[in-house]
Write a protein that binds this ligand. Structure first.
Ligand SMILES: [Zn+2]
Length: 258
């Protein structure tokens, strides 16, 4: 009896093996393609990341002071950006977070373009109009900044364009992306701004050339106040920057796959 039972088990196992062996190649290919698509959910999407400022802007006052068309107003090409009290520059912070976001989005299948290719004390720019126009044809623009406010003010805020003439549909989509960004940053443990947005951490502005020229949904994120000791501690540490980057990638993924 024991032998017969063992034989029956072996027969079932052989039948199962035969069934799997006969699985059509087409189905196996389909399963492999589905697995690959799940691993690369942003394949076919293009994200432009704008790491604010450039490390050498302060050495090129004439170039960055030149007025450009910020779409509806004329503004300086760029500015030097701020820094922590210990001297960690905003340009370096946005570069280090931006390149982390780039690498993670590429791993998810996205095509990623940065508005500047270096963080160099010898370089300047690009100007704000070029930063916005760099997103033409892309699916998303993420502009990264750190703020320089009073020491007692803290937290992040997300800025959306409300320039006159902005299509309502584009403003609505940018606002949704801003809300996704706010939610992801909060989930990562970052506090909403205590000084911009009346508790909403959202800000609507018409004077930012980068956002004004962007054709796809776009946000500018002030990730923290570099003059505040708590925010500066997170922004100055590799672990803190990684936490910002993971949150920003999660937000872009949420928005692009909703
Ligand atoms: Zn800035």
């Amino acid at each position: 009896m024991l032998i017969a039972k063992g034989l029956a088990t072996a027969l079932v196992a052989a039948q199962l093996a035969g069934a799997f062996g006969q699985q059509p190649a087409r189905e196996r290919e389909r399963a492999a393609a589905a697995a690959a698509a799940a691993a690369r959910p942003l394949a076919g999407r293009t994200v432009v990341i704008d790491p604010g400022h450039q490390l050498g802007n302060g050495r090129h006052p004439a170039q960055i002071g030149r007025l450009v068309d910020a779409r509806g107003l004329r503004k300086p090409c760029n500015s030097t950006g701020t820094a922590t009290n210990a001297g960690y520059p905003e340009a370096t912070f946005t570069w280090e977070v931006g390149t982390r976001v780039r690498d993670r989005l590429r791993a998810l299948g996205a095509r990623v373009v940065l508005t500047r290719s270096t963080n160099s004390a010898a370089a300047w720019g690009p100007c704000v109009d070029a930063r916005g126009k760099a997103a033409n044809g892309a699916d998303l623009l993420l502009s990264l900044h750190g703020d320089g406010s009073s020491p007692g003010a803290h937290g992040f805020h997300v800025i959306v364009s409300d320039r006159a003439g902005e299509p309502a549909r584009l403003r609505a989509r940018s606002t949704t992306y801003a809300e996704d960004t706010r939610a992801a940053l909060q989930r990562a443990g970052f506090a909403r701004s205590s000084y911009v947005g009346s508790g909403s951490a959202l800000s609507f502005r018409s004077d930012l050339g980068t956002l004004n020229w962007a054709q796809p949904p776009a946000v500018m994120v002030e990730l923290g106040n570099m003059r505040n000791s708590g925010d500066a501690a997170a922004m100055s540490s590799a672990g803190g920057r990684d936490r910002y980057a993971r949150a920003l990638v999660a937000a872009a993924r949420t928005f692009l796959t909703r």
